[in-house]
Design a protein around this ligand. Structure first.
Ligand code: HEM
Length: 104
């Protein structure tokens, strides 16, 4: 088994006329509110925080307060809720979960 076999293909390579160069790398994409909204399940949970989109799918079960507090914000900008209990610095450990920049 190769680790690279887990690469996610979202399909579709047309329609992007800005940042065309190097825009496909994970963590370096622009995510719209519409795309974000499609990732709101326990199997696929993205949340926008402080202008960036994170894939928290595999973190849900690891979240010390349980999966629900994150899951209920899946597919949305959770910055406001997040800020009430956490600080932005905690996200430094989540570079690997970074999907891209949120552009609603
Ligand atoms: C959308 C993202 C997140 C949301 C909405 C969220 C929400 C919450 C909430 C509501 C609590 C309970 C606070 C309380 O009981 O006063 C909590 C606790 C906690 N969260 Fe998060 N969280 C998020 C992401 C994270 C991340 C990325 C980490 C990274 C380590 C994290 C670590 C923790 C820890 C350590 C606690 C404390 C648990 C405890 O007191 O036993 N959370 N979170």
């Amino acid at each position: 088994m190769s680790p690279s076999s887990s690469t996610i293909g979202h399909g579709g390579d047309s329609g992007r006329d800005t940042a065309a160069v190097a825009a496909d790398a994970r963590g370096n994409r622009v995510v719209s509110a519409v795309e974000l909204a499609a990732h709101s399940s326990v199997h696929d949970c993205w949340v926008a925080l402080h202008g960036k989109v994170y894939d928290f799918t595999s973190f849900l079960e690891e979240h010390p307060a349980g999966p629900e507090s994150i899951l209920k914000l899946g597919g949305t900008d959770g910055t406001e809720m997040y800020e009430t209990v956490h600080n932005a610095g905690m996200l430094d450990d989540f570079e690997a979960e970074l999907v891209g920049t949120f552009q609603p």
